[in-house]
Each structure stands twice: as C-alpha cells, then as structure tokens.
Design a protein around this ligand. Structure first.
Ligand SMILES: [Ca+2]
Length: 319
C-alpha cells in the first residue's frame, strides 16, 4: 500500500509538471507557433519531459526555453523515480516468492506440512503420478529450490499466518510429513481447523499414535515404520519386501498398484473380473473398495461388483 501511495504521488507530480509546463509554454509560445492548441502544448511538454524531444514544436522565446529546460530536468527526475519504484516492486515480489515469504493463492492444491526426509520422496511420488500436481510446502527449513511446480512458504506449519499464506483453506489434500508424532498431531489439528473438507494424510512413527492422529482430524495415517517392517521381511522372505516396494512406488520397479472405477464390471463376480482383467489388460485385481463394506483385500470369488465400487489392481509399471 505504501508503495502504491508513492507511485500515486510520483504520477501526480508528473502530471502537474506536464500541465504547468504546457500552460507556460502555451502562454509564451502561442505567438511564435501559430495554430498551436493547448493539447499541442501538452504534447510538447510530454515529449520534452521524457527527453524524446522531436523538435516539431520548439520554443523561440526566453520563457519558453526556460520552461523547456525545467520540464526536461523535472521530467527526468520524475520518470526515474517512477521507474525506480516500479522496478523495486517487481524485484521485491520476485524475491519474496523465491524466499517463500509471499502468499500463494491457490485452490484445489496439495499442501505438504513439514520438510522431513520423507517430504522429497512424497513429492517425487506425487509428481510421478500427477505431472502437473500443484504442491505447496510449508516449513522453515525447506530449501529454496524444491523442484518444478512446487512452491514454498517459509514458516512454521503451526503458525496460522504461514498456513494462510499457503491457502490451506482451499487445499484439496494436506499431507503432514513429519517424523515427530507430537508435531504431527498439532499440525493435523491446525490444518483441520483451517480446512474442514480437505483429505488429510499424516505419517506416524509410533503406531500407538494412530488413533490420536485420527481424532485430531487425519483421514489417513501411514506408518513410517513400514521401512523397518520391510527390512525385517528381507531376512525371512526376501522377495516379499521387493514386491511391496515395487508396488508402493511409481518410480521404483516394474509394477504399480492402481485404483479405478469398477463400473465396467458391475454385476460380475470378482473371480470372473480377475480372469477377464488379467486376460485382456494384463491387470491383476487384488482388492475392491465398496462404499458399504469398506476395503476388501482379496475378496471371495463370488463377491459381486456393485455400482460405485472401486477396483484396486496390480499393473505393469510401463502400462
Ligand atoms: Ca513400481
């Protein structure tokens, strides 16, 4: 606002210089320039003040020449001031954006709270699946360059102002990527207070905190301890963790798990869906999400797919 006032003041000064110069020029030069209107004088004042100086209208009297000199000097000063203020504003807004202190106006985006070692992996996976994902990270320690399409708000995810800068109330998804459960609980609480609709996903270190995170407002809680579980599996069934890691990541391995609308299979038994999907699309359905029954992993052969069901399948990664 302060800057706008300065710009307004400079513009007013500039206008005054032009009008006064034109009036004086018009008064003294009218005789020497027959047919010159006040508008012509104003045009002359502008051309002189900007130091363009076409010379199509030139002063011949002493007062006219003095006005020309004064208009040129005052014009240079005023235009320089104007350019300075505008350039300042542009540089400032660019700097603020780079430093992550400016507000980011968005809607339907993904807000990531916390810059733990988990956050870059999270972002990589999101972008592998949604190329034009709109991601805003809020944290005090985020590096200035986190990659294309990712914007940064530098601030504490527990600070309301920082959350507002990330337009958290308009976000579609909020992911809490902390590896500190007490912080995660507080961040979920704050995020939920700011946005009642968004899907909130949180990561949890201690499985005992899953319920607290849910109560705080998280829709989904993902254990970071899955790494330890997988590491243990390598000792007694080494292929299993390899398969799970492959399935969990779109960036790693040969296969992925996808979720899709099952409407094309409505009325069919799961076992038949399984055969058909494998034969026709080289896809292996492994679960069904039903609005009524929730998630059914490896449902029975005679489970009948109904309207609104979602099918979760393994596909080849390059499919
Ligand atoms: Ca994979």
């Amino acid at each position: 606002m302060k800057r706008l006032k300065i710009i307004a003041a400079v513009l007013a000064t500039l206008t005054a210089i032009l009008v006064v110069s034109a009036a004086i020029f018009y008064t003294f030069e009218r005789a020497a320039n027959p047919g010159m209107s006040f508008l012509d004088a104003l045009y002359w004042a502008f051309i002189t003040a900007t130091t363009i100086g076409y010379g199509d209208i030139t002063p011949t009297t002493i007062p006219g020449r003095i006005v020309a000199v004064v208009a040129a000097i005052a014009g240079i000063a005023a235009f320089t001031a104007l350019i300075g203020v505008v350039a300042d504003a542009l540089v400032d807004s660019a700097t603020r954006r780079v430093l992550g202190v400016s507000s980011i106006r968005k809607r339907g985006h993904i807000v990531v709270l916390g810059w733990s070692p988990l956050a870059p992996i999270l972002i990589r996976e999101i972008k592998a699946n949604i190329r034009d994902a709109d991601i805003v990270v809020v944290d005090e320690k985020v590096p200035l360059t986190v990659g294309d399409g990712v914007q940064v708000v530098r601030g504490d995810p527990l600070d309301r102002e920082a959350l507002e800068k990330a337009s958290i109330s308009q976000a579609r998804y909020i992911v809490v990527a902390e590896i500190d459960d007490s912080r995660a609980v507080l961040e979920v609480l704050h995020a939920r207070r700011a946005n009642k609709q968004a899907k909130i996903v949180a990561m949890v270190v201690d499985s005992e905190n899953v319920d607290i995170l849910r109560q705080a407002g998280a829709d989904h809680v993902v254990p970071v301890t899955i790494a330890a579980m997988l590491a243990a599996s390598f000792i007694f069934e080494p292929s299993v963790p390899q398969v799970l890691i492959d399935l969990a990541s779109s960036v790693i391995g040969l296969a992925d798990v996808v979720e899709e609308d099952a409407s094309q299979y409505v009325g069919k038994q799961f076992g038949d869906v399984l055969l058909e999907a494998k034969r026709r699309q080289n896809k292996i359905p492994i679960a069904v999400y039903s609005a009524e029954k929730g998630l059914l992993v490896n449902p029975p052969w005679d489970y009948v797919v109904s309207e609104g069901d979602r099918l979760i399948s393994i596909i080849s990664g390059n499919q």
